[in-house]
Design a protein around this ligand. Structure first.
Ligand code: SF4
Ligand code: SF4
Length: 450
């Protein structure tokens, strides 16, 4: 069974579920996806911070009288349904928010106990948690290590860049608290990923951000997520907030980090966008839903059992049901959810359908498709130009990866080609240009090639 493409780094390439036959009666209807992912939000959108770009903050309005805490009855039902619906050996129980650690450690103790109660012989659970890390202490870290949690920590680069938008409710910087939480995780050997949003403040500093996450934070698994804040009142104008990364910045950020990664880190640092691109060039399934042809297999579960089509579409129009009334897997298989997923492909404008990098991009996430194509058709992704830049830039190296594999060499041998390439010799990607003007690692003090 393949890992389901998800919006976040909730699973690892070496942690995919391998199929065992069903061990219990299978509750799945025929249209149910073979595998799926649920993001549990035990505090709904509630968070202890006030990151200025956070799209969750407005979601509190969906539940005006709500208590925003998942009760034990919903927890029990959710864990049971999730485990029932998986016939593989591994079940991922993923929590995010808001800020899930606001639930307190006892909630997560109950999560672990509940999962143990429902696991079938041969099954095990991978617990994951996405957090801002500011509330983590020794006791948390011991618990997370003991139960093998994979923890995603949100951090936007060095303090001066992180603190531009990631502030608390009093507007104070948070980097110190995040780094303290990360340090305690590292000290206890907790498995962690780093999730970095890319926005107007840090987009112009790709190498500072990447090297900081890699060298200072010890990040081996990184994810970069573009901040795109569409101003809804002006939908027809495709207006965005000043915090939003521009398409040009996004393309430049990705290509610059890619060149550093290609010549320094292939095989030892995993950047999810790059892993998805490699998969696309090899004709394999990408790990990220945004680069898949269709989506719809990664839903969001609210504190009260409500299930939404996607964490980016927690809106009453995309509420597909509640697990206290309908089994989770039936909601995944519902016509509304299947339609949601296929619309990612079916709503692409003709401009995308004839694009030479469609196979890798697939119009990215529908939430960002609010601009018009050069032909005047609606539904083009706001970041289109950035993605074109990135995917064209990686074409040469990833063709080389494909060639090396066909010669029986490991994909990681591409690293040797670029690491040893002279700056003034022909770029190994085959473009005919000098490496320093193509895929060379930027020299210290020099701007990267664009
Ligand atoms: S709408 Fe689809 S592509 Fe976008 S984040 Fe959700 S599941 Fe992924
Ligand atoms: S690069 Fe642009 S045109 Fe091509 S598939 Fe992506 S969004 Fe569409």
């Amino acid at each position: 069974m393949a890992a389901v493409p998800v919006p976040f780094y909730a699973t690892r390439p070496d942690r995919t579920a391998s199929g065992l036959g069903p061990l219990m009666p299978d509750p799945r209807p025929p249209d149910a996806p073979a595998t799926f992912h649920v993001m549990g939000k035990p505090t709904g959108a509630i968070c202890n911070l006030d990151c200025q770009y956070c799209f969750y903050l407005a979601k509190e309005e969906l539940y005006p009288s709500g208590r925003f805490r998942m009760g034990d009855d919903v927890l029990d039902l959710y864990v049971r349904q999730l485990i029932e619906a998986h016939d593989g050996t591994e079940v991922t129980l993923a929590w995010q928010g808001g800020e899930p650690t606001l639930m307190g450690l006892d909630f997560f103790r109950r999560v672990v106990e509940t999962a143990e109660r429902y696991l079938r012989p041969g099954q095990h659970v991978l617990h994951t948690l996405q957090t801002n890390a500011t509330l983590l202490d020794e006791e948390w870290a011991r618990f997370l290590a003991e139960h093998g949690f994979l923890v995603g920590v949100s951090i936007d680069g060095p303090p001066s860049l992180h603190d531009a938008f990631r502030v608390d409710k009093k507007g104070r910087p948070t980097s110190e608290r995040v780094l303290r939480g990360l340090a305690v995780l590292r000290a206890h050997g907790v498995d962690y990923n780093l999730l970095c949003t890319v926005h107007a403040a840090n987009a112009g500093h790709p190498l500072d951000v990447y090297r900081y996450l890699r060298d200072e934070c010890g990040g081996q698994y990184l994810q970069f997520i573009p901040i795109v804040e569409h101003v809804p009142q002006q939908a027809h104008l495709a207006a965005v907030t000043p915090r939003t990364v521009t398409p040009d910045q996004w393309g430049h950020f990705l290509t610059t980090v890619f060149d550093e990664w290609l010549s320094q880190d292939v095989g030892r640092v995993f950047v999810q966008t790059f892993e998805s691109a490699v998969a696309a060039w090899l004709g394999a399934q990408p790990g990220l839903c945004v680069f898949s042809e269709t989506c719809g297999n990664a839903v969001a579960l609210e504190h009260n059992g409500d299930v939404y089509s996607c964490d980016h579409f927690v809106h009453k129009d995309h509420l597909i049901g509640n697990i206290t009334e309908t089994h989770l897997v039936e909601l995944l298989a519902s016509q509304a959810q299947r339609h949601f997923g296929s619309q990612k492909r079916d709503s692409l404008p003709p401009y995308c359908k004839s694009c030479d990098v469609l196979f890798a991009c697939w119009g990215e996430c529908p939430k960002n498709r609010f601009t018009t194509t050069p032909d005047g058709d609606p539904g083009l992704n706001y970041l289109c130009e950035g993605y074109k830049t990135f995917f064209h830039h990686v074409d040469g190296p990833l063709r080389l990866v494909r060639k090396l594999l066909s010669e029986g060499k490991p994909a990681s041998s591409v690293y040797d080609e670029f690491r040893t390439a002279g700056r003034n010799t022909a770029c190994p990607c085959g473009s005919g240009r000098k490496t320093k003007h193509c895929h060379g690692r930027p020299a210290p003090g020099h701007p990267p090639a664009r």
